[in-house]
Design a protein around this ligand. Structure first.
Ligand SMILES: Cc1cc2nc3c(=O)[nH]c(=O)nc-3n(C[C@H](O)[C@H](O)[C@H](O)COP(=O)(O)OP(=O)(O)OC[C@H]3O[C@@H](n4cnc5c(N)ncnc54)[C@H](O)[C@@H]3O)c2cc1C
Length: 434
């Protein structure tokens, strides 16, 4: 099975699919056509780029191999987090230099505000709650690191502050909670309904979306490009490749650049109101600072959403369901093991420097990737950057750095790296008695 088919199969097992609004109506791809911009992939990145472009007057078609949101955009946990999972602001400036580093940080920091503004402007019904994202320090040592991180984001004008242990414990009743960083611009949403809402807004503004239209080839044709999907073709001046970690057809060009990370997510049965209020009275989504990090949030019905990674794929689902349920019970002090209603998995795309990038595959044939586990806020900005490129912005003027589109060397070994990292993380946590 290809990555995209696996994703589509997983998609129907998610709590999001089971609680989704009606999917927007799209049209089958039948005839040859000519557009200004062809976008491959109807996840957050492609849909956001399309929305910007049609509002600027471009003729845009999106070709989606499966259905809207069937990739990571419909498989994620719905945490809206405007920062990097693995790179501190100081490290970003160290890597990119002062000017470029600050430009990227300023853009990333605004990602969550942009997501919620787009939701409000377009009236998207997706359980959006901008209640603040919490990063809980599991130890005093990590508290010091979070304090420096909060200071760096504050210096960039972001609404990031520290909560002392009492307030952090009131907001998140975690077993190990020494205090927390809170970014008030972060929050949660229903990811599939957000994708449906972006698609609806883009189509209302004039974009055309074709589902079940996997693109097999993109070839040079005159001054533009010809895309082939089954027996149909589309000619476009510009092509945006927004296929994330997929490896289907032309998506391999982007997929082979990143390290695929297999992530399991679960949704429990709804908690009773008293328990939900005790563990998360302000409904903040939470991640902690352990090497094998613990995350949780509530959905609109007070289901707990949490996740984890497995070292071995074989038999992983029942094992992960037991493991995540046990962790939720222990960390949140639940009286009994929570009942798991749904378990699914998805593939997150990690870049080797943990930063987002744009890639040039040919003249006006551009791809972008930026997930690293923070894709909801980040794709709101990446989509706009790709729209800027399609509108003629030079690549070296973008806030997201360009990188080489060469395949990762030794990619099959690189794909095993996450398993090694999980084993290390668990060992590190056990040494600290966690
Ligand atoms: C399990 C999991 C949990 C996550 N949790 C979070 C979270 O809580 N918060 C957060 O911010 N981020 C999270 N992420 C990351 C986030 O979901 C992604 O960064 C984001 O959805 C990427 O969006 P995208 O549009 O770039 O890619 P995708 O949503 O993957 O979309 C790519 C699309 O391209 C289509 N496609 C592929 N090949 C072709 C082809 N040849 N022709 C046509 N179409 C094609 C696919 O079918 C797919 O629909 C998580 C990721 C995973 C996997």
């Amino acid at each position: 099975m290809t990555t995209a088919q696996t994703a589509a199969h997983q998609h129907m097992r998610t709590v999001w699919w089971q609680t989704a609004n009606p999917a927007p109506d799209t049209q089958p791809l039948l005839n040859a056509s000519k557009v200004d911009v062809a976008i491959i992939g109807a996840g957050f990145t492609g849909l956001t780029a399309a929305l910007h472009l049609v509002r600027r007057g471009a003729r845009v078609t999106i070709l989606e191999a499966e259905t809207i949101g069937s990739g990571a955009s419909g498989l994620n946990a719905g945490f809206v987090v405007p920062n990097f999972a693995k790179a501190d602001p100081t490290a970003v400036v160290g890597k990119l230099g002062g000017e470029r580093g600050h430009r990227l940080l300023e853009m990333i920091g605004k990602g969550a505000d942009r997501v919620y503004a787009t939701i409000r402007e377009n009236g998207i019904a997706c359980d959006a709650e901008q209640v603040g994202w919490m990063h809980v320090a599991h130890s005093e040592k990590m508290l010091g690191i979070l304090e420096r991180r909060a200071e760096a984001w504050r210096a960039l004008g972001r609404p990031v502050r520290m909560l002392d242990a009492t307030e952090a414990r009131r907001r998140a009743s975690l077993r190990h909670n020494a205090g927390a960083l809170i970014d008030d611009s972060g929050g949660t949403l229903h990811p599939l309904n957000y994708a449906y809402g972006l698609a609806g807004a883009a189509m209302n503004a004039g974009a055309v979306i074709h589902e079940g239209a996997a693109v097999q080839a993109v070839e040079r044709s005159g001054n533009g490009w010809r895309l082939t999907s089954g027996k149909s073709t589309i000619d476009a001046d510009t092509v945006l490749l927004c296929t994330n970690a997929s490896d289907q057809g032309v998506a391999r060009r982007l997929g082979r650049i990143v390290v695929p990370l297999r992530v399991y997510q679960i949704a429990t049965a709804p908690l009773d109101t008293a328990t939900a209020r005790r563990i998360s009275p302000d409904r903040n989504p939470v991640a902690d600072t352990r090497a094998n990090l613990f995350t949780f949030r509530l959905d609109r019905n007070n289901r707990l959403i949490s996740g984890g990674m497995s070292m071995l794929p074989v038999g992983a689902e029942p094992r992960m369901a037991r493991m995540i349920a046990g962790r939720l019970q222990a960390e949140l002090g639940l009286q009994c093991l929570p009942v798991i209603e749904s378990i699914w998995r998805g593939t997150a795309a990690m870049t080797t420097d943990f930063l987002p990038h744009v890639y040039e595959f040919g003249p006006r044939f551009i791809g972008g990737i930026g997930c690293n586990g923070r894709g909801i806020a980040l794709t709101a900005m990446l989509g706009e950057v790709l729209a800027d490129v399609a509108s003629g912005a030079p690549l070296d003027a973008l806030p997201i750095p360009q990188a080489s589109p060469r395949a990762l060397p030794f990619r099959s070994f690189a794909a095993a790296a996450p398993s090694v990292a999980i084993a290390q993380a668990r060992w590190q946590d056990r040494r600290q008695g966690l």
